[in-house]
Design a binder for this molecule. Structure first.
Ligand code: BGC
Length: 742
């Protein structure tokens, strides 16, 4: 039953809601990037004395009982004191189905099928913080409806290499875009009285040897590239949970990393929430307890006797032996209780949540629609005209198969999932004849073992059938790309290449039908060389959630004007990527040195002047946008000031649409290497056909600083900076020079 709010409670809620709406509306007038969507979520100080008095009444055993899992996705409470158990669920792109308490086996319930949200890179591709907020809101509502306290997401690791197995879960290769999406997502979730667990802290950027590899990188790279999203989640959104990663960093496991957990996260950033280990990522009792870990989670390794965990009886014994002070234990318990209280779990007021409601379906559809990226559109083949087109060949298994499951812990049991073929059928009904052909077969070198490479030899019968279908249709759409077995946790991809002979399929189909559209269903970059050469249109369609097929049909038929922008660089070949050019993957002797330093993603391509297949930030529209009158409010700034950029943008096309104004910066007078371009602010703007608007973007001067390796400080050197405004990292339409003075 939903709670009814009365008296003071109702008044407080009403004020909070009005304030939230006011903030939201005010923010919408500002540039997208700085949108402060809601300030509702704050850690409430008044709970602290109540929490302290509870801790004072607890025995050591009771305290320790709260610091480890008591099931796969639950950690202990204290019944005697009315402290409930704490419930977790994956994350990050949908609420996971209910599992047995002590195993990874699904319970097979009939009522836990959730909304499958577009996966991380799709959300990144929207470049839309308002949508990221709504995504979090939808996820939060479903998490609460399932009675869970913490959703294990967002996953914000930087896409260091495009072949990283979990690239689909992550948002982007860029720290600024990462931070903006993360902050909005976290606020969206936590405003639903559900805690996030931002993962995987930190520098967990490959699956290869993830349980043991040690990452080596300089401090500047850590601070400029790999930490910003975590930091922003704490400082700007009060993230209540953080998950320690599996791997090691500078020779120490991340779940017991004093420097990262205690000094940076809890110290410098003032993180007030709880650090949860990744599942089975705890390696020691004393080091973990002193190294900042609050809750040990993981597989049932001791036949349901969780007291035997590192953070179980061995922890109690270490306290009794004097190796761990009681204050350390109290601090951990305090953090868990703080999260619990702040979720309104201990008081009346935590509402029930929603599950696969119309509102949530709409969120999934809006995100999916705005994530789709149009990469190529020769002769304006797209959008298709439903009134003129009579026949269409739809080719490829990715037109029909589910993408919700797979990927291991990011899999979702979906309540429903509209495939691209269904989406097209929903859109055109009987108006257009659709001939579907599978086109290829999914085979791996060893049957039923996705750890082995995909077989790339085409199936000649299926190929012939697809060619025939394409020959007889006005338009052919090939749904190519990866599967959730190929892009998955636990294993990186072997290459960028399209699997299962899809390149040959694309060549054969385009040879008989010049009106061929290639749609890539994937969460990570793939090799598009064949498609670029032969297809008239290319669309990136992602693992796009329950409403993915409807969203795809909306874009292909022009009901939605595409406005997604690549959240990563698509290289011509893997060896063009810095990490691979420098042979800095997958590491040697379990040490992975990040030799490319800060030159991750487009920072490498631009600085080294390497032409990508498609650059970071790129995505076409059915409209054209004309930019004029780019101005800054001044030309000289001091460190504590803000650069106000204003731009006049006009939609000169025939479609209403959205464009992303991207502002990159280059430090022209730096004493250290700086990338050729760094994204510093952006705004996504909606314009009706023919509409003209002036948009302002703000940039704090202090965000132009670099992290100085010697002084271990952020340093802003005086001198000239070039602001580059464009609609991708490679299409800069205006430059402005500003000077920073002391
Ligand atoms: C993953 C986490 C996930 C956890 C619980 C681990 O294998 O790395 O991202 O949240 O399992 O399922």
């Amino acid at each position: 039953m939903r709670k009814i709010f009365t008296g003071k409670n109702l008044l407080v809620r009403t004020i909070l809601t009005s304030f939230t709406i006011f903030m939201f509306l005010t923010a919408c007038n500002k540039s997208q990037q700085e949108t402060v969507i809601s300030e509702k979520y704050k850690i409430q100080e008044h709970y602290e004395p109540i929490i302290d008095s509870l801790i004072a009444r607890m025995t050591l055993d009771e305290k320790v009982g709260m610091l480890h899992g008591t099931g796969m996705f639950v950690s202990g409470g204290v019944e005697r004191l009315g402290i409930p158990e704490f419930h977790y669920t994956d994350g990050p792109n949908g609420v996971r189905e209910e599992l047995e308490r002590h195993s990874w086996n699904p319970l097979g319930l009939g009522n836990d099928s959730a909304t499958f949200f577009p996966t991380g890179s799709a959300l990144g591709a929207t470049w839309n913080t308002e949508l990221a907020y709504r995504y979090g809101e939808g996820l939060g509502l479903e998490t609460r409806a399932r009675g869970k306290d913490m959703i294990l997401g967002p996953a914000v690791n930087i896409m260091r290499t495009p072949i990283g197995g979990r690239t689909f879960e992550y948002f982007t290769e860029d720290p600024l875009l990462n931070s903006r999406i993360t902050v909005a997502y976290v606020k969206g979730v936590q405003n639903q009285d559900v805690a996030v667990c931002v993962k995987h802290f930190a520098a967990n950027n490959q699956e290869f040897e993830r349980m043991s590899v040690s990452i080596e990188m300089d401090e500047r790279t850590l601070q400029e590239i790999y930490l910003p999203a975590y930091k922003a989640s704490v400082l700007e959104a009060n993230a209540l949970g953080m998950m320690g990663a599996y791997n090691q960093f500078r020779g120490e496991y991340l779940c017991q990393h004093d420097y990262l957990n205690n000094q940076i996260l809890k110290g410098e950033w003032g993180f007030k929430g709880m650090i949860v280990s990744d599942w089975g990522a705890t390696h020691n009792t004393v080091t973990a307890a002193l190294g900042g870990l609050d809750v040990e989670m993981g597989t049932d390794t001791h036949q349901q006797n969780y007291d035997l965990n590192f953070m179980g009886h061995p922890l109690r014994d270490s306290v009794l032996a004097g190796s761990i002070p009681m204050e350390v234990i109290d601090d951990k318990v305090r953090r868990i209780l703080r999260v619990t209280y702040n979720l309104n779990k201990m008081e009346e007021g935590r509402e029930e949540g929603e599950f696969v409601s119309d509102k949530i379906k709409q969120i999934a559809r809006d995100v999916a629609a705005e994530s789709i990226v149009l990469l190529k559109n020769d002769q304006k083949l797209l959008p298709l005209d439903a009134d003129k087109l009579k026949s269409m060949a739809v080719i490829g298994l990715n037109a029909t198969q589910s993408q919700a499951k797979g990927g291991f812990t990011a899999g979702v049991k979906p309540k429903y999932e509209i495939s691209p073929l269904q989406g097209l059928q929903n859109k055109v009904g009987d108006q257009i004849t659709i001939h579907y052909a599978k086109g290829y077969v999914q085979r791996f070198e060893q049957e039923h073992n996705w750890r082995t490479p995909a077989i790339n030899t085409p199936d000649s019968a299926l190929l012939a059938e697809a060619v025939e279908a394409a020959r007889n249709a006005e338009v052919a759409i090939i749904f190519a790309g990866n599967t959730r077995e190929i892009e998955t946790e636990t294993i990186d991809r072997a290459s960028l290449d399209l699997p299962f002979g899809q390149d040959e399929l694309i060549r054969a189909v385009t040879a008989v039908n010049p009106n061929t559209i290639v749609v890539i269903i994937a969460g990570a970059p793939v090799n598009l060389n064949t498609a670029r050469e032969t297809a008239s249109a290319i669309v990136y369609g992602w693992f796009n959630g329950s409403e993915g097929g409807n969203a795809m049909a909306d874009v292909l038929f022009g009901d939605v004007n595409p406005s997604g922008k690549l959240p990563f660089t698509i290289p011509v070949q893997l060896s063009d990527v810095g990490v691979h050019a420098l042979d800095a993957y997958p590491g040697k002797d379990l040490i992975m040195e990040y030799k490319e330093g800060i030159l991750v993603g487009y920072r490498w391509f631009d600085t080294k002047k390497i032409e990508p297949a498609y650059p970071f930030g790129f995505g076409m529209s059915y409209s054209d946008f004309n930019i004029s009158k780019v101005k800054t409010n001044k030309s000289t700034y001091r460190k504590d000031e803000q650069v106000q950029i204003s731009i006049t943008i006009e939609n000169t096309g025939n479609f209403d649409g959205k464009e992303v104004i991207q502002c990159y910066v280059n430090d022209e007078d730096s004493s250290v290497l700086r990338p050729e371009k760094e994204l510093k602010t952006f705004a996504k703007v909606f314009l009706k056909a023919g509409e003209k608007k002036t948009v302002s973007l703000n940039l704090d001067v202090e965000d132009l600083a670099f992290f100085d390796e010697n002084s271990k400080q952020w340093v802003l050197e005086p001198g000239f900076f070039k602001l580059m405004l464009g609609n991708s990292s490679r299409n800069i339409y205006n430059e402005k020079k500003i000077e920073i003075i002391n």
